[in-house]
Design a protein around this ligand. Structure first.
Ligand code: AMP
Length: 267
């Protein structure tokens, strides 16, 4: 595994090789990230993982500061996975050049998390579009756990006619049902129990949930100890439209906080 800490050396090494599978991450790697890497490795293209905590996608400095970090362990994990390239850029590597493609942010960015995290998706797209310009990968691997991010990146790629193909990857969960997330590491034992209870409550009722029940469900979850619920929505994942009940192609989307740890999921 070759490690690149700046853009120049990476570009030199890649030398225009576009047969690359790219897996962008913010580090603190876990089994969710590994599933993306393992899927990419099956393709027999060179795998490039990035670890970059993008400050532009955090609305609050505090949130950015306390985001879990463990670069030494990340490097060990990635070496074991035998990925080809690890890119750990600095802020200026990503943001100091003039981008060829303006970020395209579709109206879908105003739904779900977009309503609650001002500037978040713009920040995500700014960094991903720059990564795509530097690396020009054949494939980019993205998790369905961050469904809205996956859709917005796909829409940007399509609109700007980039050649990169998006490969969506299913959500990896702990045995208890909770989607694995770097942020789970910030939860205390009791807070984690509340998060698990919340997800399982919704998962078990998924098919029966209708719009008019959302208020009572919200109250129930607050009683479990959830501190805040940004939204619980039923959405058709093909049409990207909110629905009143769970029909074919519908998922439940939730964003909630336990103490100050904000979690998202969809199933
Ligand atoms: P992050 O480091 O949180 O920015 O995530 C990097 C990539 O891993 C994104 O495409 C996420 O959607 C994906 N990812 C995060 N958690 C999971 C999970 N539990 N299962 C599958 N993919 C995930």
């Amino acid at each position: 595994m070759k490690i690149f800490k700046n853009k120049k050396t990476l570009i030199k090494k890649l030398n225009g090789d576009q047969n690359l599978s790219f897996i962008p991450t913010m580090g603190a790697l876990h089994k969710g990230h590994l599933s993306l890497i393992k899927k990419a490795k099956k393709k027999r293209f060179k795998t490039l993982v990035s670890v970059f905590i993008n400050p532009k996608q955090f609305e609050r400095k505090q949130d950015f500061k306390r985001y879990p970090k463990n670069l030494r362990k990340d490097i060990q994990i990635l070496k074991k996975e035998k990925i080809d390239y690890l890119f750990i850029p600095k802020f200026k590597d990503i943001f100091s050049f003039k981008c060829q493609n303006k970020v395209f942010l579709s109206n879908f960015s105003n739904k779900l998390c977009g309503k609650f995290r001002t500037g978040h998706f713009k920040g995500v797209l700014e960094v991903v579009s720059r990564f795509l310009e530097i690396i020009k990968p054949k494939y980019i691997y993205l998790g369905v756990k961050d469904f809205q991010q996956l859709v917005l990146i796909s829409e940007h790629i399509k609109k700007r006619r980039l050649k990169t193909k998006v490969i969506s990857c299913k959500t990896i969960r702990e045995k208890n049902g909770l989607a694995i997330s770097s942020r789970n590491k910030l939860l205390k034992t009791n807070e984690k129990k509340i998060a698990i209870k919340t997800i399982n409550f919704l998962k078990n009722r998924k098919k029966k949930i209708v719009l008019k029940d959302i208020n009572s469900i919200t109250n129930r979850l607050l009683n479990f100890g959830v501190t805040k619920i940004d939204y619980i929505k039923i959405m058709d994942i093909k049409k990207l439209k909110y629905e009143n009940k769970v029909k074919k192609n519908c998922n439940i989307f939730i964003a909630f906080s336990v103490n100050k740890i904000r979690l998202i999921d969809n199933f």
